[in-house]
Design a protein around this ligand. Structure first.
Ligand code: S3P
Length: 446
């Protein structure tokens, strides 16, 4: 057993976890819909002609921000629910000028992808903002290439931070060689490229998640993908996108918490059903496999163009490893929970080439290292990663989520390996990507 409670405190919720010494995790569970695919389904539905229906949409705060922004620009989106969301598209290039500031909340994907569409909406004016975290995250990575396409965008701090102002223009296609492997940058430019003149190509140093490419093609866009050079090109002004039926698989980034939990709590066995296993997202499975984790894929199938499987995870003795290079974009959101797994491993784990984590919802390298050290581990922060000494006995501690959903959930799992009580302040951040996380945690603790 473990006692899992949520306590309200000053408009926030504290999570308190106290594991019993004979705790194990058991059960068959499901995770909510994939966050990346949910955003894209809402956005493409809004700019397509005709009706899009979405099954399995994530009902987290982030997709709610996307839905609110596109409603404000004229898309008719039904009430959000998991069974079926209907989007009445307004057609490519038809986003209406909103009467107020668009608010992307905590969501980098909403802001960065949407910016590509706004920049290409000729003669309309938009202002966009977000919460404290999003207003401190770098936007020049999309503003700079959009400007090369002819975009007019202004913002705080030398046009690098939100709030941003955009005056839509007729854009022209470019070939952008991105210095970072980022699906948000790639997708922003592909969406801008939809109505730009000529061809827009993005080349990235390593392949990032390809959900935009898959979904754009399913909606009828003309794309050229070169896997040899990690390049994708889109032809603009090649006709309308057509509304589709999208089935959103479970989010592997949410499943990752349960895979690691099962791997580090002795005697555990969990099956996470219906998880998206797109190869651009499965770095977590490979990394845990290399660490000696026991994870099997069952019932593998293709659902609406995305590979899906049930994942069975069992406790096993883990060993440290090095995680770096091309795999990093394929597990970028799973690094905090992988660091928790590394604590339970024998030997040292090194994570490198992950400087991007410093500009996520929080500085995830700094926060992960500080929190694990506070629990009694030995973790050093590297400029682009972490060095984690395995085998530490963790002790319960008090820490803050920094309003970062993945930090809140990672440390709820770390608490299961700790002696005594752990408190995660502002744990409600989990609802950004996983509103039912704490109920599921309670349910699987036996
Ligand atoms: C996302 C891309 C990743 C990821 C984020 C979602 C997306 O960000 O961290 O949670 O849906 O495109 P970057 O592309 O900025 O690395």
């Amino acid at each position: 057993m473990a006692v899992v409670t949520l306590q309200s405190r000053e408009n926030h919720q504290d999570l308190i976890v106290t594991p019993s010494p004979n705790l194990s995790l058991q059960g068959r569970i499901r995770v909510p819909g994939d966050k990346s695919i949910s955003h894209r389904a809402l956005m493409l539905g809004a700019i397509a002609s005709g009706e899009t229906t979405i099954e399995g949409l994530l009902l987290g705060e982030d997709p709610r921000s996307t839905a609110a922004c596109f409603r404000a620009m004229g898309a008719e989106i039904s009430e959000l629910n998991e069974a079926k969301v209907t989007v009445k598209g307004i057609g490519l290039g038809q986003l209406q000028e909103p009467q107020d500031v668009l608010n992307a909340g905590n969501s980098g994907t909403t802001l960065r992808l949407m910016l590509g569409l706004l920049a290409a909406s000729r003669d309309r004016f938009f202002t966009v903002t977000g919460d404290n975290s999003l207003r401190s995250r770098p936007m020049s990575r999309v503003i700079q290439p959009l400007r090369q396409m002819g975009a007019e965008i202004w913002g705080r701090n030398g046009d690098t931070l939100a709030p941003l102002a955009v005056r839509g223009q007729q854009l022209k296609g470019i070939h952008y060689i991105s210095p970072i492997a980022s699906a948000q940058v790639k997708s922003c430019l592909l969406l801008a490229g939809l109505s730009a003149s000529g061809k827009t190509t993005v080349t990235e140093p390593a392949l990032s998640r390809d959900h935009s490419e898959r979904m754009l093609q399913a909606f009828g866009a003309k794309l050229e993908v070169d896997t040899r050079t990690n390049s994708v090109g889109i032809y603009g002004q090649e006709g309308e996108l057509k509304g589709q039926h999208v089935i959103v698989p479970g989010d592997i980034s949410s499943a990752a918490f349960w895979l690691v939990a099962a791997a580090i709590v002795p005697g555990s066995e969990l099956v996470v059903e219906n998880v998206g296993v797109n190869p651009t997202r499965t770095g977590i499975l490979e990394a845990l496999g290399e660490m000696g984790g026991d994870i099997t894929l069952e019932n593998e199938r293709l659902v609406a163009g995305e590979p899906v499987a049930d994942l069975r995870a069992r406790y096993s003795k883990l060993k440290g490893c090095t995680i770096s290079g091309q795999i990093i974009p394929r597990l970028i959101d799973e690094i905090p929970i992988l660091a928790v797994a590394a604590i339970a491993a024998q030997g040292t784990t090194q994570i490198r080439d992950a400087a991007e984590l410093r500009v996520k919802e929080s500085d995830r390298l700094a926060v992960t290292a500080a929190h694990l050290n506070r629990m009694g581990a030995t973790v050093s922060e590297l400029p682009d990663g972490l060095e984690i000494s395995g085998g530490a006995n963790l002790t319960g501690a008090e820490m803050d989520s920094y309003t970062d959903h993945r930090i809140a959930m990672s440390f709820a799992i770390a608490a299961l390996r700790a002696k005594g009580e752990t408190t995660v302040r502002r744990a409600e951040a989990a609802s950004i990507s996983y509103p039912e996380f704490f109920q599921t945690l309670e349910q699987i603790c036996v």
